[in-house]
Every structure is written in structure tokens, then in C-alpha cells.
Unconditional design. Structure first.
Length: 508
């Protein structure tokens, strides 16, 4: 492995409340007892406890309140198949460390693609320059932190060959053509990623994580009577090579063909304000975008979120419970520890209709005087952590799916979203719906496709009048963008009825 030893520097400010607090005087780090697991990660990044202490001391040398180091080594691979043959293959290795210093309401940040002591000290000095009152920082006691494991791996991706992966990609392609003669084209994609991360802070905390990610998906193109339609099916989880199996191949192929076939003959409903039933599972994207982002604490402490003054207040019906969780085993959004070394928790954002918590990183938790919720996440060592979602879902409600559908005279049922946008301040959102069903006189009738759903997040949450007991976790390759960073996430929802949303359809 060849590592580029260039250093890159970024500095900036973030609004945080609080006065300067000098780091506590800590014990000497000599004669530290290190477990084999900790040693393996120190060796992986070619650093020692003494090196960590020297870099932290340099980062704190200008009077910072707090500093941390985030090490990352990521290996990613991808395969692509089109026209019946694997026609692309890519691999990438990323390696480096990000160094952050906090002082009052300022954040200093720098990173380097090298873990040599000289390069780390250089960027630590840059990050430290946001402070200007020299202090003496005593070397501290290294505190090893044990974390749970929500994604146990049987066969690591770095121990898997391209020859092992290709047959599964080919099988998905071949199975599509076997299932339906209308299939004219298939594009199959396979990706895997392995990340080793290690975190160390001026408080002496040392923790680490091994993060796998597996993805297999297919885009299916079909033609019927001169009409061409396409849809896709994909799965992405935190697993090793054991993720790849014949059952997965069959599931993806069957689903892609079914979803694409559904689009033939589908139309559009009348445009206007209509009752909307969000189907279980994939409709969780609306919950994520329109309601999850406004619960992130940085938007609230800056007064940008419409929920910034709603803590402890009723914002939904009393049967609504919204959860943010990072502990679902193997889920794409799961993490064993967040990117600030914080414990990962299951957090109730809304409990019995009442806003109970925001999503916190270290900075926002200090501002609000609460514990971090384990939502400090970053795209890579090149980025500062922000409050980010992991797996956001709504728990089951007291109604049945049949009761919900039968209560609607004229409206739409949607469960296949492709993307969405939300304005955090006002909470206004727009979502594109790939497919769904028209509801007429309390029954699902004709297929619909390619419509927009427009509304306001807080209002839509308040307008959820029914929720079923059919909760599903969404499948797919959901990735969340915020502040120029992207991270993998999960979501879920039971079937719910929103009293009214604006539906873009036909004018007739």
C-alpha cells in the first residue's frame, strides 16, 4: 500500500456557547497496559500512545478547551455489469487523520494523509491556531473504551477476491432475463467497503471500530408495446462477503421485475391537496427528510429549525413515537461508536406525540447541557463531525392498514420514493414518488407513477391521523447529504395516513 504523505488544512468557526475550560491535569501515560485489540489498531495506523499524547499536546498548546484525533483507513471496491458482461471494476484506498480543536465557539480543523509524527504535529499546530492563550497540557492517562458490535463479520471483504464476486453479479443479470421476456437491459452494481477507524481525545479516551459495508443492486429496463419503463432493486447492509448468496440474487431479481412491470399502464391522480397514505418501509424517506433533519441539534441551537422552540411540547398525535437508533444489527445506518467516541444509543425524538430530544454531537450536547446521543458523524477523516441521523423510524401505531385505506374517499397510496428535498428552516419539502396506487371509495384501485408530493414537515407530522401496526425497515442504499458530507443511513415506517398533502398529478 502506497500512502500519499501530503497534508491538507481546513479551518472554520462553529457557533457554540460556553466559557474556556482548561483540560484537567491527567496522570502520566507511562507504563500503560494496552489490550491486544487496542494494540492492533495502534499498529494498524503505525502510532503509539506517546505519539497520540504529543499530537494532542500540540493541538491544545494554544489554549483549546478540547481536541481529538480521528484516524481512518478505508478500502472500497466496485463492480459494474451492463449488456450481460462485467465492464467496470474500481478500487480505492483512503488513509489519514483529522485533528480538531474546540475553544469556546470556535472550531479549528486540519487533516493529513499521513500518520507520521512530523505530519500530525504540523496539522495539529494549524488546528491549534484558533486559540491564542498558551497553556501547559500534561500528558494524560489513556482510557480504553469497550464498545458493542452490531455488525459481526464472517468473511472480511479485504479477504474476498473479485473472482468470488463476479458470479453473483452475473446471476442477477441472468435471472432478470429468465423471469420476464420484456426485459431488454440490466445494469447490475456491486460495492463493498471496509473502514478501520480509531479515535483519541484530550480527555484520554481511545476507541476504535471496524466498519464493513456491502451493496448489491440492479436497474431493470423493460419494454411493452413500444413503452419503456425502468425501476431498480438494491440492498445495502453492514456485512462481510457472507452477504452475497443465491437467496439475495433471487430476491433482487424478483423485486426489480415486479416493480418495473407495475409501471406499465400506471397513470396520475388529479392534482391538488389529497389524503396521502405512506406505505410501510420505504416511505420512511419522508420521515427522514421532512422530520429527521429538523431534529438535528445544530439546526436548533442556531435557531434555524422550526422545532427550535418546541422541546417538551406536543407536536403530533399521542400515538406517534419517532426513534433515532444506531443499534440495529447489520443495518446500513448502524454504528458501534460515533465519530466522536460517544456511545451509540436508541433515542426517542418524539414520545407520545411530545418532542423529547434532539440529535446531539459533542458541541450541541454541551450547549444544551445534555449527554451526546451518539449522532456525531463525519464522511471521512477530512471532515468535522456534525449531528447526523443513523436509523430514523416511527414505531407501530394502534390502527390497521385496512382501516387506514378504507377511511380515504379519494387519495393516493405511495411506497416507492426515489428522492426528496427539504428546507430546514421552514420545513417545506418536495418528494418524487416513483409509483403508488390511487385510493377510491376506501379501496386501492389503479397504479400511479411519477408524481410529486409537496408539504411542510411539522404540519405533515401534526396531520398524521392514523398509524398502522405493520412497521417495516426500509431496504436500499440510502445515503444522506448534509453540509457537503454524505453518510449511510437507514429508516423505517408503518403505514400512516397524512390528512392532506399537495399531490402533483393531472389538471383534469
Amino acid at each position: 500500500m502506497t500512502l500519499d504523505r501530503r497534508s491538507f488544512i481546513k479551518t472554520g468557526g462553529a457557533a457554540v456557547a460556553g466559557t474556556m475550560v482548561l483540560p484537567p491535569l491527567l496522570k502520566s501515560c507511562q507504563n500503560i497496559q494496552i489490550s491486544p485489540d487496542v494494540k492492533s489498531y495502534l499498529d494498524h495506523f503505525e502510532v503509539t500512545p506517546e505519539m497520540l499524547q504529543k499530537v494532542i499536546a500540540e493541538a491544545m498548546s494554544k489554549g483549546g478547551d478540547y481536541a481529538d484525533l480521528f484516524f481512518e483507513h478505508t478500502i472500497s471496491n466496485s463492480l459494474g455489469l451492463e449488456d450481460g458482461k462485467v465492464n467496470s471494476s474500481n478500487s480505492n484506498v483512503d488513509y489519514g487523520v483529522g485533528i480538531r480543536v474546540l475553544k469556546g465557539d470556535q472550531t479549528g480543523f486540519a487533516y493529513t494523509e499521513s500518520t507520521s509524527l512530523q505530519d500530525m504535529l504540523k496539522v495539529a499546530k494549524t488546528a491549534a491556531n484558533i486559540a491564542n492563550d498558551p497553556v501547559t497540557f500534561n500528558q494524560g492517562e489513556l482510557i480504553e473504551k469497550t464498545i458493542p458490535n452490531y455488525y459481526k463479520v464472517t468473511q472480511k471483504w479485504e479477504n474476498s477476491t473479485i473472482e468470488e464476486k463476479i458470479p453473483f453479479v452475473q446471476k442477477v443479470n441472468d435471472r432478470l432475463y429468465e423471469l420476464d421476456e420484456k426485459v431488454t437491459k440490466a445494469r447490475v452494481f456491486q460495492r463493498d467497503e471496509t473502514s478501520y477507524v480509531m479515535f483519541y481525545s484530550s480527555e484520554g479516551l481511545l476507541t476504535f471500530d471496524y466498519r464493513p459495508m456491502a451493496t448489491l443492486g440492479v436497474v431493470c429496463v423493460m419494454e411493452k408495446d413500444g413503452v419503456i419503463e425502468n425501476d431498480y432493486s438494491a440492498r445495502s447492509v453492514r456485512m462481510g462477503f457472507e452477504f452475497m448468496n443465491d437467496d439475495l440474487v433471487e430476491e433482487l431479481a424478483q423485486e426489480a421485475v415486479k416493480k418495473t412491470n407495475f409501471l406499465f399502464g400506471a397513470g396520475k391522480p388529479k392534482a391538488g391537496e389529497l389524503p396521502v397514505v405512506l406505505g410501510a418501509g420505504g416511505s420512511g424517506i419522508l420521515l427522514h427528510e421532512a422530520m429527521g433533519h429538523p431534529f438535528e441539534a445544530d439546526f436548533n441551537r442556531k435557531g434555524e429549525s422550526i422545532f427550535s422552540d418546541k422541546m417538551g411540547k406536543s407536536i403530533a398525535k399521542d400515538f406517534i413515537n419517532i426513534v433515532e437508533d444506531g443499534t440495529m444489527e447489520y443495518n446500513r445506518g448502524a454504528i458501534n461508536v460515533d465519530d466522536e467516541g460517544n456511545d451509540v444509543k436508541k433515542v426517542y425524538l418524539v414520545k407520545d406525540g411530545v418532542l423529547e430530544s434532539y440529535l446531539h454531537d459533542r458541541i450541541s450536547a454541551k450547549y444544551y447541557g445534555v449527554d451526546p446521543t451518539g449522532n456525531g458523524r463525519r464522511q471521512s477523516f477530512r471532515h468535522v463531525p456534525l449531528p447526523r441521523m443513523r436509523i430514523t423510524y416511527m414505531e407501530n401505531g394502534p390502527h390497521t392498514t385496512e382501516e387506514i385505506i378504507s377511511s380515504v374517499d379519494y387519495g393516493v397510496y405511495v411506497d416507492n420514493f426515489t428522492n426528496g428535498q427539504v428546507k430546514i428552516g421552514a420545513g417545506d419539502f418536495t418528494f418524487f414518488v416513483k409509483s403508488g396506487m390511487l385510493i377510491e371509495n376506501g379501496k386501492l384501485t389503479t397504479p400511479i407513477k411519477d408524481i410529486n408530493i409537496i408539504g411542510n414537515g411539522p404540519q405533515a407530522l401534526a396531520d398524521i391521523t392514523m398509524a398502522a401496526g405493520d412497521y417495516q425497515t426500509a431496504t436500499g442504499t440510502w445515503t444522506c447529504g448534509k453540509g457537503g458530507q454524505s453518510v449511510p443511513v437507514g429508516m423505517g415506517l408503518p403505514s400512516v395516513l397524512v390528512k392532506k398533502l399537495t399531490v402533483g398529478g393531472t389538471s383534469a
